[in-house]
Design a protein around this ligand. Sequence first.
Ligand code: HEC
Length: 107
Amino acid sequence: MRRLIAPLLMMGLVSFGKAAYADTEKLQTLLQRNNCLACHLIDKRKYGPKLNEVAAKYAGDASAVDVLAKKIKAGGTGVWGEDIMPPQPQVSDADARMIAEYILALN
Ligand code: HEC
């Protein structure tokens, strides 16, 4: 029985890893399409906070998708310091929501 379980567990881990990687790819595509990469990278601080840090800050916060989707379009300041994120009216509601979900899934 144990011989069967180990490969199954490993397969589970491998496919989980692939799913996470695919989501990072999708997030990257959305960030590029909406001109976010000028200020944000996923794992390096640029002008704006790095996005895996954003994910960590809102971990377990049920309202975070809404809050971040709104902020992505409206911009703002004061959460990460004094730098200002300008409004991003080019972002569709659907993209803003998807980006927020993918950012939070970086956790
Ligand atoms: C001109 C630079 C700039 C651009 C372009 C920009 N951001 Fe930001 N972003 C910032 C800054 C600065 C902050 C920190 C604002 C604050 O402290 O409240 C920020 C904060 C954020 C946060 C965290 C919000 C919070 O309240 O914790 C998210 C998520 C985010 N940006 C996503 C995006 C996305 C998605 C795009 C592209 C559509 C984008 N940003 C484009 C500069 C930028």
